[in-house]
Ligand binder design. Structure first.
Ligand code: FES
Length: 192
């Protein structure tokens, strides 16, 4: 009788434990991504999908043959040269675009259309041709918008269309002295 009662209680406890662990595996709250994000010093402006990709990449590397790659595998160095000539060095997570990186670091890059390639207010000038050549070619839509940019140069790009990749670690970007805002004149979106 007692043996049977004890084994019945044990079975119930195991069932509850199993359900609990399966339930946890099936649902991982998004906040955990941002917790991991804070631990790794990555800016919380990353969208959840980007963060998942970031963490997947990090996990794959961390588990690979015990070799922890340098932080620069995931974060690249970018220098913004402001209109007064002052420079701001920032670290940008791979996968973030230059407009997002600027807003996350209080750099005055407008981005009136908020990254939908429908204005030219996120115009930046790549200061080194070698780095410019490392970037993927601009799309037709980006070229159309660049044609409207104030002070267009041979190495101009739209910040919202340039993604941080390890190839451009160390890139230097100048902000143009002025922008043309045809969409919503004077509107400056706040960083997300
Ligand atoms: Fe409008 Fe980049 S923010 S084109």
């Amino acid at each position: 009788m007692w043996v049977s009662r004890i084994s019945s209680l044990g079975a119930q406890a195991i069932k509850k434990l199993t359900q609990g662990s399966l339930g946890q595996a099936a649902y991982t709250p998004r906040s955990s991504y941002f917790h991991a994000c804070a631990c790794r010093g990555v800016q919380s402006s990353l969208r959840p999908l980007q963060m998942q990709q970031y963490l997947c990449t990090a996990a794959a590397t961390d588990s690979g043959k015990g070799e922890n790659k340098d932080k620069k595998t995931y974060v690249i160095n970018v220098t913004f040269v402001e209109t007064d000539g002052s420079e701001k060095h920032v670290e940008v997570p791979v996968g973030t675009n230059i407009l997002e990186a600027a807003h996350s670091n209080d750099i005055e890059l407008e981005g009136a259309c908020e990254g939908s390639c429908a204005c030219s207010t996120c115009h930046v000038i790549v200061m080194d041709m070698e780095y410019y050549n490392r970037l993927p070619d601009p799309s037709d839509e980006e070229n159309d918008m660049l044609d409207l940019a104030f002070g267009l140069t041979e190495t101009s790009r739209l910040g919202c269309q340039v993604e941080a990749t390890p190839d451009i670690d160390g890139i230097r970007l100048a902000l143009p002295v002025a922008t043309r805002n045809f969409a919503v004149d004077g509107y400056k979106p706040k960083p997300h």
